[in-house]
Design a protein around this ligand. Structure first.
Ligand SMILES: C[S@@+](CC[C@H](N)C(=O)[O-])C[C@H]1O[C@@H](n2cnc3c(N)ncnc32)[C@H](O)[C@@H]1O
Ligand SMILES: [Zn+2]
Length: 190
């Protein structure tokens, strides 16, 4: 589920739609958590669905690294775009967190290389640090940068409002990472 203080918005061409904040979302806020309505599609089932589904699956799903299933979000979370200067990052807790303060009207963005986005993406994010082509192997260079941002944001987890906290399944694991940041799942090339 995407954070309640967000909405779907048309960003422009060629990127299309995206997700923007409707109120300030401070650094450390959980902005998305996998929830029971998100669809988990086993890899074999995805293949057997055939060509009519291929483009939609490639566009709107990501691979869950641990089990290898495809995840299709049921709400406007599936419209979050990529930026090479993403303001939200995931860390293997089945949630994404704001890694800097996000202003009302600002777009929420992920780094698609941090999770199993199905294909390489020629990027048009416009960030000065744009990598041009987004691919899984970016994690080799970017991993330490993402980890530092994620750990700094995690440190603010209990200092900010967390409307999505009730949906976090493995709270004990998050608490453990808060006590010892080395327990934060870090980004590696999968
Ligand atoms: C999960 S969808 C995001 C929603 C999408 N913008 C839409 O309107 O349906 C992922 C797709 O959005 C587009 N996209 C997202 N971030 C982009 C970026 N930084 N540069 C170019 N295209 C992007 C690509 O077409 C990508 O396959
Ligand atoms: Zn980019």
């Amino acid at each position: 589920m995407i954070h309640p203080h967000t909405r779907l918005a048309h960003i422009g061409e060629p990127i299309g739609f995206g997700v923007v904040a409707t109120r300030p979302i401070p650094k450390g806020t959980i902005v998305w958590v996998r929830d029971p309505l998100d669809q988990r599609i086993p890899r074999d089932q995805a293949r057997s669905l055939g060509p009519l589904f291929r483009d939609a699956l490639r566009h709107y799903t990501f691979w869950e690294v641990e089990r290898g299933d495809l995840i299709l979000c049921w709400d406007h979370a599936r419209y979050v775009n990529h930026s090479c200067e993403a303001n939200c990052l995931g860390g293997g807790f089945e949630f994404e967190i704001a890694v800097r303060d996000i202003e009302p009207g600002e777009e929420l963005t992920d780094d698609y290389a941090t999770f199993g986005y199905a294909s390489e993406l020629p990027c048009q994010c416009g960030a000065p640090t744009c990598r041009g082509l987004v691919k899984r192997s970016d994690a080799m260079e970017m991993g330490p940068v993402w980890d530092a941002r994620l750990i700094a944001a995690m440190a603010r987890l209990s200092a900010v409002e967390q409307p999505l906290w009730p949906l976090v399944e493995d709270k004990a694991r998050v608490d453990q990472a808060l006590r010892d940041p080395r327990k934060t799942p870090l980004h590696r090339v999968a």
